[in-house]
Design a protein around this ligand. Structure first.
Ligand code: ASP
Length: 261
């Protein structure tokens, strides 16, 4: 759990990605962030939605998980807890970058909320996620995002929702997803992947391919998934325009790719 939190914090702090600093902008040009984290051993989970100015939404999600009273807090209530817990806040303009302002202008011209992946200029650097398995077979997953460009104020995506954009169960696997939240929520995408993620690397990839193909067929949904199964096989796949991903384990050289998987 600490590993996925740490990885996601690094990506939230990097303005290239759609999470934390550099998040996409909503219909009013504001950054509203969602994040979720899950422990596959205890099935504990913590999540936040529509938080503003919290530097690392995933750290707040982790804190909610550790406190163990609630799973999901939103908006001002979540921000209040972040203050009480001494988490870092940043001014609004820390989160807003010039490419995101330009992207919002393009999305407004095109109309409606747009997926970061669809944008030629930024499509490789979208929502961020991490999955991990330790030497004892304990799994964890985390996902963090600014959501979709030009999204309606108050809109919540899949990323903080257990079974949709984030899921971990030691018996199955750990999954983090990206794509149009409205589709991913309705398909319970991460849990569907977890349900077939057994076997070796090839079998896990086949599982993800099958789920993504059905997802496309049923909802015309496009998504990207990173996953690690109970046996420790990592894989990633996307039907979106591209997805930067990589993994590292104890036996092989680190792997990194900027396209499909
Ligand atoms: N899944 C995110 C959302 O709908 C967006 C993304 O993955 O780019 O909020």
């Amino acid at each position: 759990v600490e590993a996925v939190e740490h990885c996601v914090i690094l990506l939230e702090d990097d303005p290239l990605f759609n999470a934390g600093c550099g998040s996409v902008l909503n219909e009013f040009g504001l950054v509203e962030m969602d994040a979720g984290i899950m422990d596959g051993t205890t099935l504990a989970a913590g999540a936040v939605a529509n938080v503003r100015q919290v530097r690392n939404p995933i750290a707040l999600a982790k804190r909610i998980m550790d406190l163990g009273e609630q799973v999901l807090l939103i908006g001002e209530g979540a921000e209040r807890l972040a203050r009480q817990q001494g988490l870092r806040f940043e001014p609004e303009d820390y989160f807003i970058t010039a490419p995101r302002v330009q992207q919002l202008a393009r999305a407004r011209r095109a109309g409606g909320a747009r997926l970061d992946h669809e944008d030629e200029a930024t499509r490789r650097y979208s929502t961020v996620g991490a999955v991990a398995r330790d030497g004892n077979g304990h799994l964890a997953a985390a996902t963090s995002t600014g959501g979709m460009t030009n999204k309606r104020w108050g809109r919540v995506g899949d990323s903080p929702l257990v079974g949709a954009g984030v899921y971990a169960d030691d018996a199955q696997g750990a999954i983090s997803a990206t794509g149009v939240g409205e589709h991913i929520i309705r398909y319970v995408l991460a849990k569907r992947v977890a349900d077939c993620l057994a076997g070796d690397h090839t079998e896990s990839l086949q599982c993800i391919d099958r789920v993504l193909a059905e997802f496309q067929q049923r909802l015309r949904g496009q998504a990207g998934v990173i996953a690690i199964n109970a046996a420790g096989h990592s894989c990633a796949r996307c039907t979106t325009q591209g997805m930067v991903h990589g993994w590292i384990d104890a036996h092989n050289p680190p792997y990194c790719s900027i396209d499909m998987g």
